[in-house]
Design a protein around this ligand. Structure first.
Ligand code: GLY
Length: 428
């Protein structure tokens, strides 16, 4: 008889809502619970409160609920060691353990790892004191872009692309002296700015093996044509239509395979997702960063783009089993467009009522990110990125038409979205 399992999903964003939807589709699932969840998820699954930065609280909740399988969405619980605590309670868990999660929790560690194994990345220096950091900055031209990063987790805010040495030097001081990011700024990376297109590739990793998820192209700027301030991401297209097969093969040969073999050398038992942020430079693809979890909003469209049951696939990776039969592409394209609150990414209003009384065409889905239920059970906005409209179709052009026809409905007052997500761009 087929096993049926009770699943706990940790997180509260669009990524976790997409994971919950995949779990609910699976014949392996008996029940899904979420902690802490959001307004949309509470309409699909039982939501329970938890402090996601507290691995013991997560493990206690999972044990009390007699969970069979836990899926950890965000980086904070992964870096804090939630997987180790859950596995200590004999709960199979999808996500890298604390040692493996250092690839996101420490940018200095990742840069040294990449350098040690000659995996292509930008020239860099790691520092914990201002004086040597400023001396190193002196090796860069006075005018020109330089990247300064707080090493630890900083919710996407710990990176500056400085336009010149003076600006970079000020950010070095802000992090190391003024403690702008607290402990996350105990160390910094200074690195050269890489010219080129940004893209990303998610690997599903099961110890020694990996399987490749579709490429995806995130759009981080608030404005059309990549203008204005950075956001958590305003939309994604997958597969990335500007990545020729030749470049994908180069990424796999020169980055993914050496990374996996370096994990073995370092005795890192990596199980879960490795999200490789990349720049396609004239010298070939180079690593911008590693993340140890699925991207958000990338998850919302890459999970529906492979044939197999997500729960079966995640279980195989979590158990360290073979992945050879998994991740068959559906051959389709998908686009997700983020509907943001008016004013985002600066000050924005919350508590705005949301209406979802729209007939969505086949292949279109609404995923919740910043939503909650008020005391009367009415759905309202609770964050900057509120909803994700996801459309899947036979090709990118059809997905583009579908997603934007669904965006032209007023879900909440003041909704803002970019109109160019997935619009064809010239191939590099
Ligand atoms: N969408 C970018 C990220 O999840 O890091």
């Amino acid at each position: 008889m087929q096993e049926r399992i009770k699943i706990l999903v940790i997180g509260s964003g669009g990524r976790e809502h997409a994971i919950v939807k995949e779990c609910l589709k699976s014949p392996l699932t008996s029940e899904v619970i979420v902690a802490p969840g959001n307004g949309g998820m509470s309409q699909d699954a039982r939501c329970l409160p938890v402090d996601v930065s507290d691995p013991s609280a997560i493990a206690k909740l999972a044990k009390n609920e007699a969970v069979d399988f836990a899926i950890i969405g965000p980086e904070v619980p992964l870096c804090a060691g939630a997987v180790n605590q859950l596995e200590a309670e004999d709960i199979t868990t999808f996500g890298p353990n604390k040692k493996a999660a250092r690839f996101e929790g420490s940018k200095t560690y990742t840069k040294d790892f990449l350098a040690k194994y000659k995996i292509p990345t930008a020239r860099y220096g790691n520092f914990s004191e201002v004086k040597p950091a400023l001396e190193y900055l002196g090796t860069y031209p006075e005018i020109g872009r330089i990247v300064v990063k707080a090493s630890g987790l900083a919710a996407g805010k710990g990176v500056l692309i400085a336009e010149n040495r003076a600006e970079a030097g000020q950010f070095v001081r802000d992090i190391l002296e003024n403690r702008q990011f607290g402990k996350s700024g105990d160390e910094i990376v200074i690195e050269e700015f890489m010219e080129g297109r940004e893209t990303s590739l998610h690997l599903l990793v099961s110890g020694k093996q990996f399987a490749v998820l579709p490429t995806s192209r995130d759009h981080k700027k608030i404005g059309e044509g990549e203008t204005g301030p950075n956001t958590g991401g305003m939309g994604v297209i997958a597969p990335d239509p500007t990545i020729p097969t030749r470049i994908l093969e180069e990424i796999i040969e020169n980055i993914a395979k050496p990374t996996l073999s370096a994990f073995q050398s370092e005795e890192i038992d990596y199980r879960g997702i490795l999200y490789i942020g990349l720049i396609l430079t004239t010298e070939g693809p180079k690593v911008l960063e590693f993340n140890v979890r699925l991207g958000d909003p990338e998850t919302q469209l890459i999970l529906p783009l492979f044939e197999e049951d997500t729960v079966e696939v995640f279980l195989a990776a979590a158990r360290g089993n073979s992945l050879s039969k998994y991740l068959t592409p559906t051959g389709q394209s998908a686009i997700t467009v983020v509907l943001a609150a008016n004013g985002y990414p600066d000050q924005y209003e919350t508590g705005v009522p949301i209406t979802l009384d729209v007939n969505l065409p086949e292949g279109v889905d609404v995923i919740h990110a910043g939503t909650k239920l008020d005391s009367n059970g009415i759905l309202e906005t609770s964050g900057g990125r509120v909803l994700n409209i996801v459309a899947k179709a036979d090709n990118a052009a059809k997905a583009f038409d579908k997603v934007y026809s669904a965006c032209n409905h007023r879900y909440f007052d003041g909704q803002y979205f970019r109109k160019d997500i997935g619009k064809p761009v010239p191939t590099p």
